[in-house]
Design a protein around this ligand. Sequence first.
Ligand code: SAM
Length: 335
Amino acid sequence: MDSLPNVLIDRFQRRVDYVRLSVTDRCDFRCVYCMAEDMVFVGKQHILTLEEIFEVARAFVELGVSKIRLTGGEPLIRNNILSLIGPLGQLTGLEHLVLTTNGSQLQRLAGTLRHLGVKRINISLDSLQPRRFRQLTRHGNLDQVIAGIDAAIAARFDHIRLNAVILKGRNEDEVLDLVNFALQRKIDIAFIEEMPLGLIDEHDRALSFCSSEELRDIISRQYELQSLGDPREHDGPARYFVTGDGPTRIGFISPHSHNFCHLCNRVRVTAEGRLLLCLGNEHSVDLRSVLRAPGYSLDRLKRTIIEAMSIKPERHHFNLNATPDIVRFMNATGG
Ligand code: SAM
């Protein structure tokens, strides 16, 4: 049998060395841009077990992946999640184990996550006003999330970044407050343009859209933003700026206004084990059926992943004025 390569390269010569693993599609929040109010979640038997998720991680790391982000849904509400994070933290070759969370469980878990080897953490925060925070998340409690952010700061992760989605007429008046909050706590913040993933009827995405340029203008009224340059390969899609007031980086992730697909080094695996090759396209491969097939082997899984590189699309196309092409919600995608 041919020996397997130890790097993943797609047909556009992009090296894939970053995987986002969704460990659950369930969430304790229902953020208005992410989910519908009444969500139907995937049945438990269809969700990868923690052992299967670890096996997927092992296959990717043996194929040269050095960074894994655990996400969801809300990764920290998956039962026994620490029994996955512990072994992942010990996985040889995995340089960066990172996590995206809504912060609701961090007060309890931040120290343990750090201890188990999670290096960086992204925490979503769209408002600093308790009532508005509740409206945007439908279920969230702001005090609990801020306590979680402070617990993460106390746990001394290498990097903490807040993620904010700004919607016109909803929270655009809080852009500077959010920046000031990040500056005071000496952590990063990134503003993400809303993407048309999943059918929502809570707001009209075209009307609520706030571009990164508009947000930069708002911030520039108070701060002189100095660019840290264009995103480089493997640095992620955020374009970062600093204000001169400490270490905080202010980032803009602009899937609409600044296409970054040529730098794409990532793939996603959904909680059901679907390997998604692009956030904005449906190209995917079912890893669960490989994991659950009789005579399963790690080599089989690795070969399936290698073959999938040949269908990674060149780029995504988002159109806010049309019905979303992608009907899966962000929680199903693994944000
Ligand atoms: N529950 C975790 C959290 O809240 O961070 C992880 C999953 S969540 C889907 C990951 C990130 O995706 C969050 O920062 C959220 O704001 C962002 N997100 C969700 N839906 C989005 C959309 N339609 N457009 C842009 N960002 C979105």
